[in-house]
Design a protein around this ligand. Structure first.
Ligand SMILES: [Fe+2]
Ligand SMILES: [Fe+2]
Length: 299
């Protein structure tokens, strides 16, 4: 098993990210206007990103029902965000037990955990004020040990961050959307850019140092892991709560939803192709997407 100790490139990037964090760190309880009611005065996500967009149940909804549904999907996305951030904080905290305190990675990874703490508090505040159930995955987080497992873990972090980033960027730019959803999305995009930078730098430095067995391990597990992340991002409880018969199955089969997942993962697949983790992204995306759909159908 490869042991990674120094990682000078990641250490140097950590110094830059610490400086960037000192220049720009955001407190959601100062910067988000929580006095604005989280109501149905506007969509909470861009309509075309909603998993039922364009389907029969969508066409049958009134405008008011579509907006209420968007509030529930946003709450489910933020609920999944809390679960994902909990998982990635556990990954980072485990990693920290192996990082020397003299290495700048040590301080930066603690900054990242502190960022995620604020983000999860922010997502929770939205849900508490949105009048929705507490949507979110409940399953346990499993973490693979060793360098191959750690590469896998940072790949998972990157997948989660890229998927959320795709929805966040579209939401922050939507000037017709609910202002609180937009403010949350903007804050998250600003701080997650640093996390994405760390994960990419770490993986770029780590990948060539892994042995063939570790490469095989990551290559074999990655599509299923990504599929699992995709599956956890769509919550059947939303449709059950709103009484949308067959909504979960219809959403999974919705070509518009599937295209959004592929688009949300496109930066990740490009990065993994450039790094040499995957040769050709198309079959990989399809495997991940199909496996994700299958995983969802068995939940
Ligand atoms: Fe976050
Ligand atoms: Fe993050």
């Amino acid at each position: 098993m490869t042991t990674l100790v120094d990682m000078p490139t990641t250490a140097a990037r950590s110094d830059q990210l610490i400086a960037a964090s000192e220049r720009s760190t955001h407190d959601p309880f100062d910067e988000i206007d929580w006095d604005t009611p989280i109501d149905d005065s506007a969509f909470h996500l861009p309509p075309e990103l909603l998993s039922l967009y364009g389907t029969e149940p969508w066409e049958a909804m009134s405008e008011a029902e579509r907006i209420a549904y968007s509030r529930h999907e946003a709450a489910a996305m933020f609920g999944a965000g809390i679960w994902f951030e909990n998982a990635l904080m556990q990954i980072v905290l485990r990693h920290l037990t192996e990082v020397d305190v003299q290495n700048p990675m040590h301080r930066y990874l603690l900054v990242e955990v502190a960022d995620e703490c604020r983000h999860s508090m922010m997502f929770g505040e939205y849900i508490r004020r949105a009048g929705t159930p507490s949507y979110g995955p409940t399953r346990e987080v499993t973490i693979e040990p060793g360098a191959g497992g750690r590469a896998m873990s940072y790949l998972a972090i990157l997948a989660i961050e890229e998927l959320l980033d795709y929805a966040n960027r579209a939401t922050m730019k939507g000037d017709q959307l609910h202002p609180v959803a937009r403010q949350i999305s903007k804050l998250h995009v600003l701080e997650e850019a640093r996390h994405v930078s760390f994960a990419k730098t770490y993986l770029t430095e780590c990948w060539p140092a892994l042995d063939a067995a570790e490469h095989d391990f990551v290559r074999s597990i990655a599509p299923d892991l990504i599929a699992e992340i995709v599956a956890l991002s769509l919550n059947a409880e939303v449709f059950a709560h709103l009484g949308i018969t067959g909504g979960y199955e219809i959403a999974k089969a919705n070509p518009n939803y599937q295209a959004n997942v592929v688009a949300g993962l496109s930066k990740l697949t490009r990065f993994l192709t450039d790094l040499g983790v995957i040769d050709d992204p198309q079959p990989w995306i399809e495997r991940g997407l199909i496996a994700g759909i299958d995983t969802m159908s068995t939940r």
